[in-house]
Design a protein around this ligand. Structure first.
Ligand SMILES: [Zn+2]
Length: 137
């Protein structure tokens, strides 16, 4: 029977998958945010006497996630780490364009790393059935 310690490892793994989902946002948006900032700064250097125009906000929170191909706003149930990717068959629900496998891979990898850390360093591994001490690695 699976004990409470495995439940904890799984729970930490799920938390890691949520963090991985956020990392996907950072991976996708941070370069665009920096490019927009640099473009605005260059424009300001070329036009020092003009007021900078207000761009629509683009950061890690705003705007909501959209399909990069058709612009379809991703609903909350289309944004569940790994599960939504599998349910949607790796395609946008609107335009059926393939979604990069990078997204679930980052979520799975981050979840696995979190689960491993809980197993190895949070003492969960010592309480797992059949495990007398944490593994040597
Ligand atoms: Zn789409």
């Amino acid at each position: 029977m699976l004990g409470f310690a495995w439940f904890e490892v799984g729970l930490v793994g799920l938390l890691g998958m949520l963090i991985g989902s956020f990392l996907n946002v950072v991976i996708h948006r941070l370069p665009k945010m920096l490019e927009a900032q640099w473009t605005a700064e260059c424009w300001q250097l070329q036009h020092p006497d003009q007021e900078p125009h207000q761009a629509t906000p683009f950061n890690l929170v705003t705007p909501r996630s959209r399909c990069p191909h058709c612009g379809h706003m991703i609903r909350w149930y289309e944004n569940i780490p790994v599960i939504s990717y599998l349910v949607l068959g790796g395609k946008c629900s609107q335009c059926k364009t393939m979604i990069s496998a990078r997204y679930p891979m980052v979520e799975i990898l981050t979840g696995a790393l979190y689960a491993y850390c809980a197993y190895r360093w949070a003492g969960v591994g010592k309480r797992l059935p059949g495990v007398r001490s944490a593994p040597p690695w």
